[in-house]
Design a protein around this ligand. Structure first.
Ligand SMILES: [Zn+2]
Length: 314
C-alpha cells in the first residue's frame, strides 16, 4: 500500500519574517506589508488546483487581524477544501518560554480567531520556529487538538536555530525544546506511546505528532528549500528514494511563492533563502517534485492523516 504525503505551508507573513531577521517594525510598515496573504494564497491555490492536492496551512492570527483581504483568503483556503491549522496567535519565537497560562490563552485565542473566519476549529498546531516540550503537549491536548507539528527531530536544524538566535532581540530568540525532540521519531506517531512518555509524567495526551520529514541517519530536513537548492539532480533523487519508504510531511513557507524583485518585496528580506530566485523557477521545481510524488504517495491533509494514524493505533 502507498504511503501518504501531507503538504504543510507555514504562512509566516513578511512582517513575521522581518521579526525573524531581527527588525522591529512601525505600524506604517506593518500596514504596507499586509499584501502578503492575498498575494501568496492565490498562488498556492493555483498550484494545488493544477496538481489536485489538498494541503494544510498554518496561520498566525496577528498576521491576519485587521486585514479583511487576508481573512478573505483564509476563508477561500478552507472553502476550497484545504485545512487551516494554528501557528499560535502572536507568532512569538520564544513561545515555549512563556508560562503555561500565557501559552494556553494564546492558543485559545488563535483557535477562536480561525473558527470565526472558517467556521471550523483548527485541529492541528505548530509552534513558531518548531519548538517542543512535554508541557506543550499537555496544553494542546487540553485545548482539543488532534495533532501537533512542532517537533523538529533534527540536530542540524536545532543547532542552526540556536546559532541564529544569539544576536537577536530577546523576543525574537528561539524558544526552548526538550532534548527528546532531537531523538524522537522522524515519521508521524502517537505521542503517548513514543519516547515522549518518559517526560509526560503520567499524562497520556491523545495527540499525534506529525514532524517535518528528515533524512534517515543524518536527520537533515527535506523541504521546499531542498528542491530549490538541488532541483532534480542526483542528490534529491537519492533523498527522495530514502524518504519514499515512510509517510512524508513536506513543509514549505508562504514566502516560497514570492519573487523579491517582481513582487517589490521589502529589500531587507533579500537575505531570506531563495527569495531572489525567479518565481517561475521555484514553481517548476515544486511542480516536478509534487507531480512525481503523486505517483508514489497518496496526498492527504494533515488532519486526515493524523486521524487515520490515531484510528490504526487504537
Ligand atoms: Zn512560523
Amino acid at each position: 500500500m502507498k504511503n501518504s504525503c501531507s503538504v504543510q505551508v507555514d504562512l509566516d507573513s513578511f512582517a513575521t519574517l522581518l521579526h525573524f531577521y531581527n527588525y522591529r517594525l512601525t505600524d506604517r510598515e506593518l500596514k504596507e506589508l499586509s499584501i502578503f496573504y492575498p498575494l501568496v494564497i492565490s498562488r498556492f491555490l493555483d498550484l494545488f488546483r493544477r496538481l489536485d492536492i489538498k494541503a494544510t496551512f498554518f496561520v498566525a492570527g496577528w498576521d491576519v487581524e485587521g486585514n479583511p483581504e487576508a481573512a478573505e483568503s483564509i476563508k477561500l483556503l478552507s472553502s476550497q477544501g484545504h485545512e487551516v491549522a494554528s501557528h499560535s496567535y502572536a507568532h512569538q519565537y520564544n513561545f515555549t518560554c512563556l508560562n503555561e497560562k500565557e501559552i494556553e490563552s494564546d492558543i485559545q485565542k488563535n483557535s477562536n480567531f480561525i473558527e470565526n473566519i472558517t467556521g471550523l476549529k483548527p485541529l492541528g498546531f505548530k509552534t513558531p520556529g518548531c519548538c517542543s516540550t512535554a508541557a506543550l503537549f499537555a496544553i494542546i491536548s487540553r485545548c482539543g487538538f488532534l495533532y501537533d507539528s512542532s517537533v523538529a527531530p533534527s540536530f542540524i536544524y536545532e543547532f542552526w536555530k540556536r546559532m541564529r538566535s544569539i544576536s537577536k532581540h530577546n523576543e525574537y530568540r528561539s524558544g526552548k525544546s526538550d532534548f527528546i525532540s532531537l531523538i524522537s521519531p522522524r515519521i508521524p506517531y502517537r505521542v503517548s506511546r513514543s519516547i515522549w512518555r518518559y517526560k509526560l509524567a503520567g499524562l497520556s495526551p491523545q495527540i499525534i505528532e506529525m514532524p517535518f520529514s528528515c533524512l534517515p541517519f543524518t536527520r537533515v530536513p527535506f523541504y521546499s528549500n531542498s528542491l530549490f537548492m538541488f532541483g532534480e539532480n542526483a542528490i534529491n533523487r537519492l533523498c527522495y528514494s530514502l524518504l519514499k519508504r515512510n509517510h512524508l510531511i513536506f513543509f514549505m513557507h508562504g514566502i516560497d511563492l514570492v519573487d523579491l524583485y517582481k513582487d517589490n518585496v521589502d529589500i531587507r528580506l533579500r537575505a531570506h533563502p531563495f527569495v531572489s530566485m525567479p518565481l517561475a523557477k521555484k514553481i517548476k521545481h515544486l511542480e516536478v517534485f509534487l507531480q512525481k510524488a503523486k505517483g508514489d504517495f497518496i496526498f492527504k491533509r494533515s488532519d486526515v492523516l493524523a486521524r487515520e494514524i490515531l484510528n490504526n493505533n487504537k
